[in-house]
Design a protein around this ligand. Structure first.
Ligand code: AVJ
Length: 332
């Protein structure tokens, strides 16, 4: 994988400084926390791809199945689609499934696909995946190495004047936003769109606690490795001395907040130094660092937050067995 900035370059230095600043800020909050987007260095991204293959983590497969079986219905509602924007494409396979399922409807008329991601390696991979889709459907791929917000503004500035635009925000990535953050982000998407444009959003649904527990604390320990790798990353990039073996992974379903939380729990009282973030701290035995929230929705709640943001429901498709929803809304 290609790093997003050349090692030793000015860009890499300022990225490290931003990382150091965030680590110092979030680790000294009560309770201690770390922003979940830092889970995705090269190893973290590979571990996340492995999570998607776990039998207990069904989001990716459920969504792919819906996109393949309902892709034609989805695109029928957004006809004639000329601009497709995906926020956080990952491997690109979800969008490829949609384009493949709807190829007949696209009728070989050129489609511009904008991919927005902060990770250069994700953009590379997604670009290659989409480039290999059905050769009779011409696709022009434009990549934006940027945050969702910035990339979306860049992409919509270059939308085709003919036809309609669809924004795809898949994989239940909305789950990482807290409720006010989700509202603000959906309003931001609405503002970037024109009336008649659409948004397709994938959300994991509230389901029995035992299923959530297995999805976020899997028997193979892959999710635990994904979580603890954040400490490995801080050791490597900021010269820290986290003793990885002194932390265990904990996933809890917080019913009141409707979210699964991931934490790292110190198994003994000890000191940690993070020289490049000018931080020294003592962690008590049992003290936790909160590394991620994955909010789970009820189908109606998804519709409600989208309506609040200025969209109107077109259709919602539910994978009942896995507890996952794809919701298509129109900017009105
Ligand atoms: C990529 C944010 C959708 O919350 O399910 C997987 C990340 N964390 N296992 C999720 C994740 C633990 C994932 N998202």
């Amino acid at each position: 994988m290609r790093p997003s900035a050349a090692p030793g370059s000015a860009a890499a230095r300022s990225a490290t400084q931003a990382f150091a600043g965030d680590i110092e800020y979030y680790l000294t909050l009560t309770p201690r926390q770390l922003p979940s987007h830092y889970l995705y260095d090269a190893l973290g991204s590979a571990l996340f791809e492995a999570i998607c293959e776990l039998p207990w983590y069904r989001i990716t497969r459920a969504e792919r199945a819906l996109l393949a079986s309902r892709g034609d219905d989805i695109l029928a509602h957004v006809d004639p689609l000329r601009t497709l924007i995906e926020l956080g494409p990952g491997s690109g396979e979800k969008l490829a499934a949609l384009v493949e399922a709807g190829a007949g409807r696209l009728r070989g008329i050129p489609l511009t696909v904008h991919l927005v991601d902060v990770s250069a390696s994700a953009l590379d991979l997604a670009g290659r995946t989409l480039g290999a889709v059905n050769p009779s459907q011409p696709i022009e791929i434009v990549t934006h190495q940027a945050t969702y917000e910035t990339g979306l503004v860049q992409a919509t500035a270059h939308r085709r004047s003919a036809g309609r635009t669809l924004v795809a925000f898949l994989g239940s990535n909305i789950g990482n936003f807290d409720p006010p953050g989700a509202d603000a982000f959906l309003r931001h998407i609405r503002t970037a769109l024109a009336i008649g444009d659409c948004l397709l959003i994938g959300t994991d649904l509230v389901k029995p606690e035992a299923e959530l527990q297995l999805a976020y604390d899997d028997p193979l320990g892959v999710t635990a490795a994904f979580n603890r790798n954040l400490l490995v990353r801080i050791n490597r990039e900021l010269g820290a001395d986290f003793d990885i073996a002194s932390f265990r992974h904990r996933a809890v379903w917080n019913e009141a907040e409707s979210r699964v939380e991931m934490h790292l729990v110190a198994t003994r009282r000890h000191q940690v130094r993070i020289p490049d973030a000018s931080l020294e701290m003592t962690l008590d035995e049992g003290e936790t660092i909160w590394t991620e929230s994955s909010y789970k929705y009820r189908p109606q709640a998804v519709v409600r937050i989208l309506e609040r943001a200025g969209f109107t429901l077109v259709e919602q498709w539910i994978h009942a067995e896995a507890g996952f929803a794809l919701t298509l809304v129109e900017a009105t």
